[in-house]
Design a protein around this ligand. Structure first.
Ligand SMILES: Nc1ncnc2c1ncn2[C@@H]1O[C@H](COP(=O)(O)OP(=O)(O)OP(=O)(O)O)[C@@H](O)[C@H]1O
Ligand SMILES: [Mg+2]
Length: 259
């Protein structure tokens, strides 16, 4: 498989009230095209810091990120914008990622409105009409056209996260980053959302970086798993090796906590 994303020796520190927090320390990883890589770690282990670096929302102290061979932190202006459309994100809290004053269909259309030249094959039949495009995306994430004219507060948390996923897939990105996408939801809804994400990833052939503190959820989604602790990678393995004797002590603790 071809490498889609290569992360080389990323470091990021924050200064907080006089002390230095090493949020990401010497993180290197690779994601192949179409692959789902899981990252698991406790709160504060650096997962969201890594997300922000990969979205170029923040600059590292050192290290590089290559997307299809292009160095992300060297891009500016139009070139950065063009590259960004290939990496989309679903955050933990769908309420804050949706504009409360826009009806659902307008929120769903924002990414495509920003990139009118993008014509994903799954939208080939409907791309000429914005409302038909929104309806198609709603259907893909298990909602109905009837949800189109509602506002975010008129949907359940799970439905709002489906809308966030519709936005995330709308540009047919090469990589979808999911940062704790189920952590704000009821347990029964979490499973539905995981299965939706997995089926979208497979159907669209997207690579995925799936981030969670829940190793059971990460295992459902991922081909490979990286375990982070205090900003560092402490273990990495193919998902079917999660129970192997070779696992790091910390990985075993995470497994024991959910079984
Ligand atoms: N903007 C910031 N300013 C100062 N410190 C920060 C900032 N962002 C993150 N940190 C610190 O960096 C460390 C890693 O935080 P991060 O949010 O990446 O962890 P996380 O693994 O995503 O945690 P969670 O599971 O709670 O989402 C923490 O110690 C956090 O306090
Ligand atoms: Mg986080």
């Amino acid at each position: 498989m071809n490498d889609l994303l290569i992360v080389n020796r990323l470091f990021k520190t924050y200064r907080e009230s006089g002390s230095i927090v090493s949020a990401v320390q010497d993180v290197s990883l690779r994601i192949s095209e179409g692959e789902c890589l899981g990252i698991v770690g406790e709160s504060g282990s650096g997962k969201s810091t890594l997300t922000r670096l990969l979205l170029a929302l923040d600059q590292p102290d050192s290290g590089e990120v290559l997307l299809n061979g292009t160095s992300l932190f060297e891009l500016k202006g139009r070139a950065l914008r063009e590259t960004r459309k290939h990496i989309q994100v679903v955050f933990q809290d769908p309420t804050s990622s949706l504009n409360q004053r826009l009806p659902i269909w307008r929120s769903i259309m924002e990414p495509l409105d920003n990139f009118p030249d993008v014509k994903p094959s799954f939208l080939a039949d409907v791309r000429h009409s914005r409302r038909d495009t929104a309806a198609k995306l709603l259907e893909m994430v298990g909602l109905q056209a009837a949800h189109m004219d509602r506002y975010p507060h008129e949907l359940s948390g799970g439905q709002r996260q489906r809308v966030a996923i519709a936005r995330g897939i709308s540009l047919s990105p090469k990589l979808l980053i999911c940062d704790e996408p189920t952590s704000s939801l009821d347990v029964s809804v979490q499973t539905q959302i995981l299965h939706l994400l997995k089926s979208m990833q497979t159907k669209l052939g997207m690579a995925c970086l799936f981030i969670s503190h829940d190793i059971a959820a990460v295992r459902i989604m991922s081909d490979r798993i990286i375990v982070m602790k205090a900003g560092r990678i402490v273990d990495q393995f193919a998902s079917d090796q999660m129970m192997s004797e070779d696992r790091h002590e910390y990985t075993r603790q995470l497994v024991a906590a959910v079984s």
